[in-house]
Design a protein around this ligand. Sequence first.
Ligand code: FMN
Length: 198
Amino acid sequence: MNPVIMTVFGGPRRDGFSAEMLRRFTREFQAEFVGYDAYERNYAPCTDCRYCRDAEGCCNDDMDGFFADFEACDGIILASPVYNMSFPAPMKAILDRMQRYYSARFFLDKRPPVAKRRPVTLLLSAGSPDEKGDIAARQLEQIFTVTNCELTGRVVLSGTDGADDLPALIDTVAPEIRSEAEKFRKAADDITFSSHNS
Ligand SMILES: Cc1cc2nc3c(=O)[nH]c(=O)nc-3n(C[C@H](O)[C@H](O)[C@H](O)COP(=O)(O)O)c2cc1C
């Protein structure tokens, strides 16, 4: 049975570098893909209303479907451009809305707040040749401590500002995309296998 993989795309350009990285990554293996586009969904930001300190979940139901897929899937692929060393605002809004899981863990004592462990891979594109995606990865790792996720790898396509030939630049990270996709697929398969046998 194919794993169910959630993809979350964080950029506004569907013909851009990060979109193409996501297409190439998902071509590497068989899965049932459930796709979310942060700009298209345009979820509300967290308002720190503190509802989630007293009840599990979020007072705003706009992300209910997202959270259900996030908790049930066998793996997650995040693909995004780097904006000001971090994620574009609509993607950052999604990450901030994970606060409900932090509250579940530390105010409601849910251990763990999400039952199923899932691997995550991060695909980034960045204008600067020096950008390594460290801040974005650190943000995710903080969130993953309360969402039962594990960052299995990242591919960063840097130096896009000076590039006019998109396929040629992406070809430079093709081997990394293939090896990270293989690592991710194995991790997701392990989870699918164990959850079907437990
Ligand atoms: C608002 C904004 C902020 C950006 N900030 C950064 C940055 O901090 N570091 C960097 O390397 N590139 C930065 N960039 C460049 C993008 O990361 C780069 O163009 C990226 O490859 C675009 O990806 P896409 O083709 O998937 O849209 C920024 C671009 C925009 C529009």
